[in-house]
Ligand binder design. Structure first.
Ligand SMILES: [Zn+2]
Length: 348
């Protein structure tokens, strides 16, 4: 495809308007301080922060663990079905405005069931928001249940059991939370069970953890996508495997900088991953905490790495290739994307 030259100041508009999918977003990580305070008030929950400003000021993490501490405090205001609805609704409204046409959304039921909230409350609230957003804005949204890897595999099995009555409301399972010290192989049996059940399987690996965790996610958990995976560039054999199999990586640039995986965006290895032929995608991870939603990630990364329309097209194309939708739907979106780029003019 011939792509016109796009002036740098016009690029953000192109990134904004192109249709795309988001595949790595933790719904609890989309809770903005304003909504946390609103829900705290509605539910009579006392927060360890006096106001919205104090909570925002506390978002100065240095690593994954210091982030997770605040993340779990924020989630404590979620008690009723409508709270989960409101949280997902707020994210989907922003995603639709970013021209995200399809979102695969992670949720962490154990964060809620541990506080006495039922699985049904969590899943029904999130599911209704996905349904309504589809009616309202045409955005397609699916849920992926994540196991917290700092907990045991037995607890993951219990969570899976509790979620099975709602099987039609989620399409897959993932693995998130503190990576280092909790290798994928810890969850080998529960992932085998999920595969038997016909669930899609993904896992966070190689964010802070070593390439060995990515190998394990591929060979032991047999995942269909790797979440993050940026440490793959330390291992040439792994890079080759990922390029050959096109197992996608869901990369989250602003998250990587906020959690000090890279010192700044200009040092991010996205271009290296792309040039090596990997199916990399751009995602927001925990947008309320990491300083931006999907388009913020695109715009800031493109400016930092001096990327252009060719990379934009490839990354959006990858996001559809990597999504868990049927072939006809995927092709439809990819055609829409191609039409968008073919219709671009120099001064667009
Ligand atoms: Zn994540």
């Amino acid at each position: 495809m011939h792509l016109p030259h796009i002036a740098p100041d016009r690029l953000p508009s192109v990134l904004h308007r192109m249709p795309k999918a988001e595949l790595h977003i933790h719904i609890e990580g989309s809770l903005e301080p304003e909504l946390i305070f609103k829900l705290a008030q509605r539910n009579g929950v006392r927060l360890p922060y006096p106001d919205v400003q104090a909570l925002r000021a506390a978002y100065a993490f240095t690593d994954l663990q210091s982030f997770l501490d605040i993340y779990y405090a924020g989630a404590s205001v979620l008690l009723k079905e409508e709270d989960f609805f409101d949280m997902a609704w707020a994210y989907l409204e922003k995603a639709a405005a970013d021209n995200v046409v399809h979102a695969e959304i992670f949720f962490d039921p154990q964060t809620h069931t541990a506080r006495g909230v039922s699985m049904g409350t969590v899943i029904r609230g999130l599911h209704h928001a996905c349904q309504r957003a589809h009616q309202e804005w045409g955005i397609s949204a699916r849920l992926i249940l994540c196991f917290l890897r700092h907990l045991s595999e037995a607890e993951a099995f219990e969570t899976l059991e509790a979620a099975l009555p709602y099987r039609e409301h989620f399409i897959g399972v993932g693995l998130d939370s503190s990576e280092v010290g909790h290798p994928p192989e810890k969850f080998a049996r529960v992932f085998a069970r999920c595969r038997e059940l016909g669930l899609h399987v993904v896992a966070h690996a190689g964010e802070e953890g070593p390439p060995a965790y990515i190998w394990q996610a591929l060979d032991v958990l047999r995942v269909q996508r790797i979440d993050h995976g940026v440490q793959a560039t330390c291992d040439p054999a792994l890079m080759q495997r990922l390029a050959q199999t096109r197992v996608p990586l869901t990369v989250c640039p602003l998250s990587n900088v906020k959690l000090c995986v890279f010192p700044d965006l200009r040092r991010h290895n996205l271009r290296q991953l792309l040039d090596a032929g990997l199916c990399v995608t751009i995602n927001s991870d925990d947008p309320a905490y990491f300083g931006g939603y999907l388009n913020d990630n695109f715009v800031q990364l493109f400016a930092a790495l001096d990327l252009g329309p060719r990379e934009a097209y490839q990354l959006a194309l990858n996001s559809f290739e990597a999504s868990f939708v049927d072939e006809a739907t995927r092709r439809g979106w990819q055609r829409q994307l191609k039409d968008f780029f073919e219709g671009l003019r120099e001064h667009d």
